[in-house]
Every structure is written in C-alpha cells, then in structure tokens.
Design a protein around this ligand. Structure first.
Ligand code: NAD
Ligand code: UD1
Length: 336
C-alpha cells in the first residue's frame, strides 16, 4: 500500500515524501510542476533509494487522477497541491479558487471512487487572522483576508462536510511558518522570482542575490517592535504529517483541525540575529513601513497536536537557520 502525496514536488511535500519513506511507507507523488522543479523530485528520489514514484499530472484532470488510483495501491493521501501566494491570489482570485478548491473536490471524488478514506490536508494559521488570544488554540474563530486564505478556510469546510457524508477521516493541519531545509542540503525551498517570505529573503541577502532585507515595521506592540511568528522547521512539519497518518490509521475518525507549530514566537529581528549567527556574517537590513495586511503576532498552542498526534517539534530556530543556510549556500540559485 502507498501514500499519495499531491504537490509532492513542492517545498513541504518533498520533505514529507522523504519523511514518509524514512517511516517505512511507499510514496506516490502527483504534481504538475506549476511551482516546482523536476530536480526536486530527483533529489527526493536520491534520498529515498529511488523508491518514490513520481507522476506528472494536474489534479484538475479527473481522468488522470482516477488512473493514479487505479495504477497504485493507495490507502492514504496527503494533499499539499495548491497555489500559495497571498498577493497573487488577490490579483487572480478565480485561478486560486479554481485550482485550490477544484483540486480538493476532485481529489475527494477520486478517493471515494477508489474506496480510500484517510486524508491529511495542508491548511494554514492564516485562517486565524490576528487571534484575540495567543498562543492560538484550534477552537479560536476562523476566517480569511485574501482569496488564498479563503481557499484554506473553504477547503476545511468542504472536507468537514465530505467527512460527515462520505465516510472519510480527515486531519487538516494548520501550519505556522515553515522554514529550513533537509539537513543534506539537497532539498529546500526554491521560491519563484523575488520571495515574499522572511527567511527566503534573508537567505538570498546572505548569499548575495539581494542587497538587503526590508523589515516591515518596528512599531508593533512587541518587545523589540517587530512582528512575531511561529517558525517551524520543515522536517518537523514533515514528521507531523507522518504522525497524522499514523493517528488516522489508529482510528482517529471524522474531521480534525490541528496546529503544527513550535509554540515559540520569534520576532523579525530575532530571526535576523539567528540567521546572522548561522551565516557567520551580518544580514544588512533597513526598517521600512509595515506591510499591508500583516498581523502583529501569532504563535501556536501545541498541546492538541501532542495529545492527538503524539507529535511535538524538536528543532529550534538555530537549527532552522543552519539548515536553510546550508541549502542556500550549496544551491545559491535553488534548483535552477
Ligand atoms: P509549493 O508551491 O512549494 O508546493 C505546492 C506544489 O503543488 C507545487 O509543487 C505545485 O507544482 C503543485 N501544484 C499546485 N497546483 C497543482 C495542481 N493543480 N495539480 C498538481 N500539482 C499542483 O508550496 P508549499 O510551500 O510546499 O505548500 C504546500 C501546501 O502547504 C500548500 O497547500 C500551501 O498552501 C500550504 N501551506 C504552505 C505554507 C508555507 O508557508 N509554505 C504555510 C501554510 C500552508
Ligand atoms: C505569510 C502569508 C500567510 C501564511 C504564512 C505562513 C502573506 C501576506 N501571508 O505570512 O498567509 O499563512 O506566510 O506561511 O504572505 N517580513 C519582513 N520583510 C520581508 C518579508 C517578511 O519584515 O521581506 C516580516 C513580515 O512583515 C512578517 C514576518 O517577516 O512580520 C514573516 O513574514 P512572512 O514570512 O511573509 O510570513 P507571514 O507574514 O506570517
């Protein structure tokens, strides 16, 4: 039996494919390479004794999807595939709704058709917006502020309804801020164009691709004035998916939303400091205005993941920066 990993050529999916292999599972990846490179799946195969099967197909292609289920003995699914750029989603909302909701609906259809009932879904802490209470707990109110965020909110709802009606068991994992890379330095994040997220920008400054980092605001109500997030090592996140599949296999039923974070909040300046330590050089930066739409601070309450999945993150900010830098240093242009 095998796990189907949609979007398994992407940043989180590729690390999860390796973690699944290490946990003894067979893996079939499906990806259309819309936001990833074949070199990422080559790296995954190199780390997994060439055992991971890679199928190039679009999840919106129902026939291709049915064929994947027909050709492989799939009994579990992790659904990463989605468009994920918040700003782009505002410009191209229909593309985001079509791709992210269409793929989720098509995937559930194909699972029901093939009699597969266990699904782990990539959700996001973006569904919390700026929570009233932090660390944020899974029962906090949810919503969204961009078409991208709405696709996560709506997918969670679609999966709740599908779980109730169609005998599916689903875990929606709400990721906080994934950073870092595989410790080999052969697998990591390779954003298209100029990145939006903090750590990829920091690392591109460190490697000389960007001149300096713009820090978006130092007048937040936080100890050093910069905004606070819960950064989580992508390998910890990958292992959280293995734990979620194990929980489903052991009888976790219905539809469950779970935070995957560390429970530790780090400010932008703290991340810059940790990155400078890893790189061994200062990261040039300039304080500029706040970025529109940014929240002040968020980090996860992690007890529910520990209770339901028996999972906790293990790697700290220093390890995240060390591994991200190792990847960036060895691959200054990513997979290109
Ligand atoms: P990514 O873009 O690196 O990976 C997504 C993969 O899905 C890509 O390889 C892309 O080619 C593929 N894909 C997209 N649409 C497809 C389709 N229709 N058919 C087949 N393949 C398709 O993104 P990531 O950072 O690895 O994120 C994975 C998931 O986690 C996404 O659902 C994302 O929304 C979610 N998430 C990411 C973050 C983050 O900060 N990276 C945070 C919270 C949630
Ligand atoms: C982003 C996404 C959010 C997603 C989350 C987790 C946006 C608007 N939001 O938010 O939907 O759930 O990632 O993946 O993209 N920063 C700088 N300079 C930079 C880049 C970032 O100062 O060049 C600051 C930001 O203002 C923020 C922090 O760094 O305070 C983290 O930013 P980022 O990595 O973009 O993550 P989120 O803001 O959490």
């Amino acid at each position: 039996m095998a796990v189907l990993v949609t979007g398994g050529a992407g940043y989180i999916g590729s690390h999860t494919a390796v973690a699944l292999h290490e946990a003894g599972r067979d893996v079939v990846v499906i990806d259309n390479f819309a936001n990833s490179s074949r070199k990422a799946t080559d790296a995954v195969r190199a780390l997994t004794a060439d055992s991971v099967v890679v199928v190039e197909a679009d999840l919106l292609d129902g026939e291709a999807l049915a064929e994947v289920f027909a050709d492989h003995d799939i009994d579990e699914v992790i659904h990463f595939a989605a468009h994920k750029a918040v700003g782009e989603s505002v410009q191209k909302p229909l593309d985001y709704y079509r791709n992210n909701l269409g793929s989720t609906i098509g995937l559930v259809d194909a699972m029901v058709g093939a009699g597969v009932s266990r699904l782990v879904f990539s959700s996001s802490c973006t569904v919390y917006g700026q929570p009233d209470e932090i660390p944020v707990v899974e029962t906090a109110p949810t919503g969204a502020e961009s078409p991208y965020g709405w696709t996560k909110y709506m997918s969670e709802q679609i999966l709740r309804d599908a779980a109730a009606a169609l005998d599916l068991d689903v875990v929606s994992l709400r990721y906080f801020n994934p950073v870092g890379a595989h410790e080999s330095g052969t697998l990591g994040e390779d954003p298209n164009g100029i990145p939006n997220n903090l750590v990829p920008v920091v690392m591109q400054v460190a490697v000389g691709r960007l001149e300096k980092l713009m820090v978006f605001g130092d007048d937040y109500d936080t100890p050093d004035g910069t905004a606070i997030r819960d950064y989580i090592h992508v390998v910890d996140l990958a292992e959280g998916h293995v734990a979620a599949l194990d929980a489903l296999a052991n009888g976790l039923a219905g539809c469950t939303a779970i935070n995957l974070g560390t429970g530790v909040g780090s400010s932008v300046l703290e991340v810059i400091g940790a990155a400078a330590d890893a790189v061994g050089a200062a990261i040039p930066y300039e304080i500029v205005d706040r970025r529109a739409g940014d929240i002040e601070q968020i980090y996860a309450r992690t007890e529910y993941a520990a209770e339901v999945l028996g999972w906790r993150s293990e790697r700290d900010l220093a390890a995240m920066m060390r591994d991200h830098w190792n990847w960036q240093r060895k691959n200054p242009n990513g997979f290109h």
